[in-house]
Design a protein around this ligand. Structure first.
Ligand SMILES: Cc1cc2nc3c(=O)[nH]c(=O)nc-3n(C[C@H](O)[C@H](O)[C@H](O)COP(=O)(O)O)c2cc1C
Length: 194
């Protein structure tokens, strides 16, 4: 798949629909890992920032706390099986890329693996971590973001088109993707840029 870089001021639009993400990390001793995270949203427009909530017991959290970097990919709805499997076992126990046969390429900036076939991906650097009980709120700068040009037209995610269908988790084995776009043509929209 050919990915196109997204303009910095449009990166948040990859996240506006709160798509489930696959977070790829690498440990200090170069072991790669990946896990799905559904509790996700944009935190800032400029610089573009990502916020997600993660259990502090996850291998993913251990890696990002130590290395301060990761790749957040937006899987396509056709990858829902992979998402479920990657979220059903910890990287503390297995190499998920190997056992789940996840084809990937290494991202040069972060050293993390990007799974093949995702809608897009974001290179992230940790900005701040808040921990409350057993959950961390992780806020990261998105240094660069890329997307399939058939899924993101430079302005927004084409969630109404097949290539732009991201994953949303309803709970347990239930997932959903968005369908119809609604366009409002009235005028009272010039004070908001979202
Ligand atoms: C669909 C789905 C969504 C998930 N969303 C989250 C989430 O938002 N936050 C979280 O802490 N864990 C979430 N999980 C659980 C982790 O992905 C799971 O515990 C995973 O095995 C952690 O792997 P790790 O230890 O290799 O990091 C989710 C799991 C699934 C299947």
């Amino acid at each position: 798949m050919k990915y196109k870089i997204i303009k910095k001021n449009k990166i948040y639009r990859l996240l506006n629909t709160n798509p489930l993400l696959l977070i790829s990390t690498v440990s200090k001793d170069k072991k790669h890992n990946i896990a799905p995270i559904a509790w996700v949203c944009p935190q800032e427009l400029k610089p573009a920032r990502l916020l997600f909530c993660i259990d502090t017991g996850h291998k993913t959290f251990e890696n990002i706390r130590k290395t301060k970097k990761f790749v957040a990919s937006i899987p396509h709805i056709s990858q829902v099986n992979l998402v479920k499997k990657a979220g059903s076992i910890s990287g503390k126990l297995i190499d998920k890329f190997f056992y789940l046969k996840i084809k990937s390429q290494i991202n040069k900036k972060t050293g993390c693996k990007i799974p093949e076939g995702v809608i897009g991906y974001m290179e992230c650097v940790i900005k701040k971590i808040f921990i409350l009980d057993g959950t961390a709120i992780v806020i990261s700068d998105i240094t660069n973001a890329y997307a399939d040009k058939k899924a993101f037209d430079g302005e927004r995610l084409l969630a109404e088109k097949q290539k732009g269908k991201a994953i949303h988790h309803l709970g347990k084995n239930n997932f959903i993707t968005y369908s119809n776009k609604i366009f409002l043509s009235f005028l009272f929209n010039n004070f908001l840029f979202l």
